[in-house]
Design a protein around this ligand. Structure first.
Ligand SMILES: [Zn+2]
Length: 114
C-alpha cells in the first residue's frame, strides 16, 4: 500500500488516500507560509517599481538614451514595468505615468505622461 506524506512536514499520512496533510496545523502552517512568501514577493516587486520610478524621474524628458549598464548600477530592474506594448519593433514600457522605450542596450525617450 502506498503511503502519502504530509505536504508540509513530510510525516506519513494515514486515512483517506486524498489527504495532503497530517494535521490541520500543518495545513494552516503551509498556507501561512505561502501567504508570507507571496507578501514578501509582492513587497519586493513594489520596492523595485518604486526604485525604477525614482530613477526614471531623474532622466525624464531626456531624449538621449541611457545605457542599461548605467541604470543597472543604480538598481533599475528592466524586467519590471506597469504596462508594455510594441510599436512596430519598438518596446514601449510604462512605470506608472512615465513612459519609455526599451532596447537591448538602453532606454530612451523617457517622458512623463499627463
Ligand atoms: Zn504534517
Amino acid at each position: 500500500m502506498k503511503v502519502n506524506h504530509c505536504a508540509f512536514c513530510g510525516a506519513p499520512i494515514y486515512g483517506r488516500s486524498d489527504k495532503k496533510y497530517c494535521s490541520i496545523t500543518c495545513k494552516d502552517d503551509l498556507n501561512n507560509k505561502k501567504k508570507r512568501q507571496w507578501n514578501t514577493r509582492l513587497s519586493e516587486t513594489v520596492d523595485k517599481m518604486e526604485l525604477n520610478y525614482s530613477i526614471l524621474k531623474m532622466y525624464c524628458g531626456k531624449k538621449k538614451g541611457i545605457p542599461l549598464s548605467e541604470l543597472d548600477a543604480l538598481g533599475f530592474s528592466a524586467d519590471i514595468c506597469t504596462a508594455f506594448r510594441k510599436e512596430g519593433t519598438k518596446n514601449i514600457c510604462r512605470c506608472f505615468n512615465i513612459e519609455y522605450k526599451l532596447s537591448k542596450q538602453k532606454i530612451y525617450d523617457i517622458r512623463l505622461l499627463l
